[in-house]
Ligand binder design. Structure first.
Ligand code: HEC
Length: 285
């Protein structure tokens, strides 16, 4: 059955653009959500934002204890400092993000008609820096992760509100992201969907797989694994860092953080969690 579903969805993706069948993000979202609510009838929809802990009761308690003294807190503070420290020209980030205090993360990523591309929060941050004569930040770790941790924190409580613009250019990016999600890749020949859609709640080696719905709500994330890999113990990482890690798990060559490919994936992936309440940053194994 699973195979049939994969083949059917792959065929649809092939045929749809040829036949001029319009992509239907609303229907996709409904189907995506229904899949998980049917698969996990006892999990309240909002609880999917807690990732694997929504379906793995055994590790949930330990995770909740982590959340009592969250290791990301000092990075939220660092992010706040960075956000409020003036650039050399005297301006601050709030000149680009006047609504940051009230929460802006829920509106990212978005499709810019003017530029014909998907704009993520990280890209917007670097644009702000460059506009103000500062060098761009690295996209996966460090200050970028601290700034986005702060902005995510400020956005807690808002519902995911990604808009899929109904234009051919925007739909092409949406379809590209959707295709990335369902396409098999790497030596293991597995898709994101194989692990996080069809087999969510199942196991890969020692890990239980989180459902794809709710995966984007809590980024950036502090991971114990990342903390151990860093001499300063900073375990913060962005969503695209995670995408790269998951591509590598199947021995596929990862794309660059903030490449058009990952931004398209984020456009689709984040839209699939629309309506769920933002709860970033998060802490994970
Ligand atoms: C071979 C299985 C596998 C594949 C394929 C895979 N992942 Fe993962 N992924 C994992 C495991 C294991 C984890 C850690 C446990 C968890 O949270 O699911 C993880 C974690 C994640 C997380 C973090 C979840 C959280 O709550 O913080 C995201 C986001 C994610 N994957 C996205 C993707 C995307 C997007 C793809 C496709 C590019 C993908 N994964 C492909 C196995 C996989």
């Amino acid at each position: 059955m699973k195979k049939v579903a994969v083949i059917v969805s792959a065929l649809c993706m092939l045929i749809a653009p040829l036949a001029g069948i319009a992509a239907n993000p609303d229907q996709d979202l409904k189907d995506f959500r229904d899949h998980f609510t049917k698969k996990f009838p006892s999990v309240p929809l909002q609880d999917f934002t807690n990732g694997v802990y929504s379906v793995d009761k055994a590790s949930r308690e330990q995770w909740e204890a982590f959340e009592d003294f969250p290791p990301y807190e000092i990075y939220v503070d660092k992010g706040e400092d960075i956000f409020n420290t003036p650039f050399k020209n005297g301006k601050t980030y709030s000149s680009c993000f006047p609504q940051a205090e009230k929460g802006i993360k829920q509106n990212f990523p978005y499709f810019s008609e003017k530029r014909g591309e998907v704009v993520t929060l990280e890209v917007a941050i670097n644009e702000c820096r460059e506009k103000n004569g500062e060098k761009p930040l690295k996209y996966k770790t460090g200050k970028m992760a601290h700034l986005t941790a702060y902005l995510a924190y400020k956005s807690r409580g808002h519902k995911g509100n990604v808009q899929i613009v109904d234009s051919p250019e925007s739909m092409a990016e949406y379809e590209r992201g959707k295709k990335h999600f369902y396409a098999k890749r790497g030596q293991l020949n597995m898709s994101c969907a194989d692990c996080h859609y069809y087999n969510a709640g199942g196991k890969v080696r020692a890990d239980i797989l989180s459902p794809a719905i709710g995966q984007t709500s809590h980024f950036p994330v502090y991971r114990n694994k990342w903390s151990l890999a860093n001499s300063s113990g900073d375990g913060m990482g962005t969503l695209h860092r995670r995408y790269g890690g998951c591509n590598k798990q199947v021995r596929a060559k990862p794309f660059k953080a903030q490449s058009a490919e990952y931004r398209a994936l984020e456009y689709f992936h984040t839209y699939m969690s629309n309506g769920l309440t933002m709860n970033g940053p998060g802490v994970r194994k």
